[in-house]
Design a protein around this ligand. Structure first.
Ligand code: GDP
Ligand code: MG
Length: 289
């Protein structure tokens, strides 16, 4: 069994998210905009017979022109240390020298391959030139050309990635959904819907705690608490006659079902915990820190 961690690096707009989706396909695809914090790096787990790849997205790399940028790049670098492979992603129509500078500034300590994306936008000639350019660089073990958007050569990339991963046991059980990180993503999916449905301070002062996660034969029964800071917020979450929480429950259940690939029975409760965001014990209980 091949198993390991892959981090995708690249400038904003290189196509990192698109590539992540393309690699994950219809599999255990966990891509939520709300997971984009340094605390929660794991974005997608691709489990197949014979391998498991944990693919992370990273903050977009920007040219370190200012001190602030250097600090941001340090964060990117530190997120590299436990990866088995770095995928350096660049759009084929980007300026090569500039991209090279950015990749070089990473001072990579893990093996890296350069993946030229968006080849659908450039000529074969331009593509070959770019590949040759990166192939000669010290940080680059291998080069590959893809179109993440059009799913061109994504399988080739997958095979290439596997060459760099060590043998080992899977980190996550593919169908064991009582796994903590599955719970985490489920809570994020509920939280995401709160962002869409409620306004003003509500999303920022609310969090979600999964209370129970039971796999039944035909469905998964999930019980979750929505934690808010004030009674007035609880009333808003519930809505008139419970209208809003019903909508929240339906929306969240739909995306959790898509995520888990099975039927879900979702039960939501609202709890008031004054100033939970400033309370060490609550923060810990809710999975922060
Ligand atoms: P990220 O900022 O690196 O995560 O980039 P995104 O994945 O959000 O992609 C940025 C833009 O590039 C989006 O509009 C994508 O549709 C587009 N894009 C990504 N991959 C390709 C590709 O292979 N070909 C083309 N033409 N566009 C792409
Ligand atoms: Mg992105």
């Amino acid at each position: 069994m091949k198993t390991g961690f892959v981090s995708i690096f690249g400038k904003p707009n290189a196509g990192k998210s698109t590539l992540l989706n393309a690699l994950l396909g219809e599999k255990l695809a966990i891509v939520s905009p709300k997971v984009q914090t340094t605390r929660h790096r794991i974005k997608g787990i691709l489990t197949e017979p014979g391998y498991q790849i944990i693919i992370s997205d990273t903050p977009g790399i920007i040219e370190p022109r200012y001190k602030l940028h250097e600090k941001m790049m340090q964060a990117v670098r530190s997120s590299l240390e436990d990866a088995d492979l770095a995928v350096l992603l660049t759009a084929a129509n980007e300026r090569l020298e500039e991209t090279d500078e950015v990749f070089n500034s990473l001072k990579l300590r893990v093996p890296a391959i350069v993946v030229l994306n968006k080849i659908d936008l450039v000529s074969k000639q331009q593509q070959e030139a770019a590949l040759a350019f990166f192939k000669s660089k010290d940080y680059c073990r291998d080069v590959l050309a893809i179109s993440a958007l059009q799913h061109q050569h994504v399988d080739t990339l997958l095979q290439k990635i596997l060459e760099y991963l060590p043998e080992g046991e899977p980190f996550f059980e593919g169908d064991n959904i009582s796994d903590l990180s599955t719970r985490f993503f489920v809570s994020e999916l509920i939280r995401e819907k709160i962002y869409y449905l409620y306004q003003e301070e509500i999303p920022y002062e609310a969090t979600v705690l999964i209370r129970a996660f039971e796999e039944k034969t035909t469905l998964t029964k999930i019980t979750a608490d929505i934690i808010v800071q004030r009674e007035s917020q609880k009333a808003i979450i519930l809505g008139e006659g419970g209208k809003m929480i019903k909508k929240l429950g339906t929306d969240a259940r739909t995306s959790i079902e898509a995520f888990l690939g099975r039927k879900v029975f979702l039960e939501l409760f609202v709890k008031v915990r004054p100033k939970w965001r400033d309370n060490e014990n609550f923060l810990k209980e809710y999975g922060y820190l």
